[in-house]
Design a protein around this ligand. Structure first.
Ligand SMILES: [Zn+2]
Length: 326
């Protein structure tokens, strides 16, 4: 009888210990969740899985690769790279360099070569608007080949595409943290100012709706970059009258509503779109809406890479016959 009692006591003791251990594990994960460090763990886990499979490449600079792109350092320069059916925009203002998106995976090397041939080695603000391949595909090449100031993109937990895990790995490799933005955040670009107009870090089902949208102010001029934001995003807020609109979602009909355009009224519209793309973008009715408000439309499929040079009072648009499409 005494023996059974001792055994029972030991069983109860072991159960209590297991219970305490489980309690500690559970509370630790709650604390970690509360502190928001769960993402970092995901980064490390994904990195461990991917690291062995990734052959890191340094892209060589080819002088003159960027064709006739000439940067006027006394002015604001915005370059919409022709990256086919994708997005990549370089902003240089007072020697501060911002890159918004980096095309498809196969465009990455070309974008690196193009930017390097402009004599740029550091990107101060690197922004991935949302976790789709036509925006983040080439981003790991950028991270691998430049000195990066700060990196920003919306929260995305469930993307297991290779371009994304490769990017996470590249960031982790250089100890570059992923920063989140909120509406109203500002980035100072010398005399220019970039303001976050929209973003969702709640991982919406349609990742286009997570897009970071940005308004750039320089002198008396304003520029609005809509990434792949949808009409739902356009309806979320009011918008300023701007001079240049980087048209949302490659000219898709799910963006650029009449109500939105009535507020934005851009003199110049830029559409980043692939030649004879499968989606038949830009859509005819979007072009009509832009024409009806008197906007001058430029398209990377027809005009190639586009550079806007601004002194803060007027914009000069330069068409450059060079493609970065991989
Ligand atoms: Zn897109």
């Amino acid at each position: 009888m005494q023996k059974i009692k001792v055994i029972l006591n030991r069983v109860v003791f072991v159960i209590i210990i297991i219970f305490i251990v489980l309690l500690v594990i559970e509370s630790e994960s709650s604390i970690r969740n509360f502190l928001g460090i769960e993402l970092k763990d995901e980064v490390i886990e994904q990195n461990e899985v991917q690291e062995e499979n990734i052959k890191r490449e340094k892209v060589e600079i080819e002088a003159g690769f960027a064709g006739n792109i000439n940067i006027d350092n006394s002015k604001m320069n915005i370059i919409f790279f022709d990256v086919g059916q994708a997005d990549s925009t370089l902003i240089i203002c007072d020697n501060i360099v911002t890159l918004v998106d980096a095309g498809n995976t196969y465009d990455g090397k070309n974008i690196v070569k193009g930017i390097k041939s402009l004599g740029i080695e550091r990107i101060d603000y690197l922004i991935g608007t949302h976790a789709h391949e036509d925006h983040l595909g080439g981003m790991s090449y950028i991270v691998d080949n430049f000195d990066i100031g700060n990196f920003y993109m919306p929260f995305c937990s469930s993307n297991d595409f290779s371009f994304y895990t490769r990017l996470i790995s590249s960031l982790s490799n250089k100890n570059i943290p992923i920063n989140r933005v909120e509406v109203g955040n500002e980035f100072l670009l010398g005399n220019g100012r970039l303001e976050v107009m929209g973003v969702s870090n709640d991982e919406p089902e349609n990742l286009n709706e997570s897009s970071i949208t940005l308004e750039l102010s320089y002198g008396t001029l304003k520029y609005l970059f809509m990434a792949d934001a949808e009409i739902a995003n356009e309806e979320c807020r009011t918008w300023n009258d701007v001079d240049v609109l980087k048209v949302g979602h490659h000219g898709s009909n799910s963006s650029t509503s009449q109500e939105f355009l009535n507020q934005v009224l851009p003199e110049i519209s830029v559409i980043s779109v692939g030649k004879e793309n499968d989606y038949e973008l830009p859509k005819e009715n979007v072009l009509e809406r832009l024409e009806n408000i008197g906007s001058n439309i430029y398209r990377t499929d027809l005009d190639g890479t586009l550079q806007i040079i601004s002194d803060g009072e007027k914009n000069e648009v330069v068409k450059i016959d060079v493609s970065f499409d991989g």
